[in-house]
Design a binder for this molecule. Structure first.
Ligand SMILES: NC(=O)c1ccc[n+]([C@@H]2O[C@H](COP(=O)([O-])OP(=O)(O)OC[C@H]3O[C@@H](n4cnc5c(N)ncnc54)[C@H](OP(=O)(O)O)[C@@H]3O)[C@@H](O)[C@H]2O)c1
Length: 280
């Protein structure tokens, strides 16, 4: 049985807490609103097909969200007009170090859904290392602020990348194909280097940043969150037997990582691979 006590006083915010010593007792108590600091998240790539869904998920959870976007008009209307959203209009790599540090200051988490636009200019033109450069600069900005507690950095990556921190079996033929893609399609190398930056440069014991790199397989669009499964390594070949991952499921999982401490404890410092349930 779960007991809920409620007080509805005006000007006070309600907080539900578990009582540690009395299992299954939850108290909803009133505290002065000013003592509660809402969770703030900065999202890069928020106008992208996944980024906008992530922003929607975070706003739906009543978080405060900052987005750095080149074209605010690409954000969905309900997102753009949301009172918890602030929009920084800029190209993420064009911000100065001081501007970047200012924008991430006070953020509990930073998420990147950046990716190269899928046209000739986006794939072969500058910036070749968009995702890596943004990851490095955002991390430097977090560190410059010397946060009291580690900021969560959640990177959208790809199942076509391996986590070299752990033994992941990749067939010889897949290694050859990925090597070729790396040579011919620069965004592959960019995604690999961005994750390498977190794995190697930030590592597992950084006082300012904790990270997770989420690896979806082939992205598809669905309107609703559906069942999905998350693994520490791919369970199928991203090249020869790709699975499907809907963007909204990626957004849901990234939002869970940001808001759910248990989920974060499970995947922090790792590169979880996410598949829609039906495809695995
Ligand atoms: N396609 C797949 O099957 C697949 C599978 C696994 C992982 N991924 C990876 O998932 C990530 C996100 O995918 P998605 O489909 O959601 O991405 P997307 O719709 O292409 O969105 C890309 C985002 O990056 C921004 N961006 C692009 N070039 C930029 C630049 N030069 N400066 C600043 N911002 C820039 C875009 O901003 P604008 O709106 O201003 O252009 C947009 O917000 C990518 O890294 C991709 O490699 C893809």
């Amino acid at each position: 049985m779960s007991t809920i006590l409620r007080f509805p006083p005006p000007q006070l915010q309600m907080v539900t807490v578990d009582v540690p010593s009395v299992s299954r007792l939850r108290l909803t108590v009133a505290v002065p609103g000013s003592t509660i600091r809402s969770v703030t998240v900065l999202v890069a790539g928020a106008t992208g097909a996944t980024g906008r869904l992530l922003v929607g998920q975070l706003l739906h959870r009543s978080l405060t969200v900052k987005v750095v976007v080149r074209s605010p008009d690409k954000l969905p209307g309900d997102v753009r007009s949301h009172s918890n959203l602030s929009v920084i209009q800029a190209s993420v790599l064009d911000l100065s170090d001081a501007e970047m540090a200012h924008h991430v200051n006070g953020c509990d988490a930073v998420a990147s859904c950046l990716g190269h636009n899928l046209n000739l200019k986006g794939i072969y033109g500058p910036p070749r290392m968009l995702v890596t450069g943004a990851t490095r600069r955002l991390c430097n900005a977090i560190k410059a602020n010397k946060p009291d507690k580690p900021v969560r950095f959640v990177l959208m990556n790809t199942a076509g990348n391996s986590n070299r921190d752990i033994p992941e079996r990749v067939s010889f033929s897949q290694r050859c194909v990925i090597g070729l893609i790396r040579l011919l399609v620069p965004p592959q190398l960019d995604n690999e280097r961005a994750a390498d930056y977190l794995r190697v440069k930030i590592g597992q014991n950084d006082g300012a940043i904790e990270w997770a790199a989420v690896r979806p397989d082939s992205l598809i669009d669905e309107s609703e969150v559906t069942g999905y499964e998350v693994y520490s390594s791919p369970i199928r070949s991203a090249v020869f037997n790709a699975g499907k991952t809907s963007r909204i499921n990626v957004a849901n999982f990234m939002a869970d990582l940001i808001t759910d401490d248990d989920m974060w404890g499970k995947w922090r410092g790792q590169m979880p691979v996410i598949y829609n349930k039906a495809s695995s």
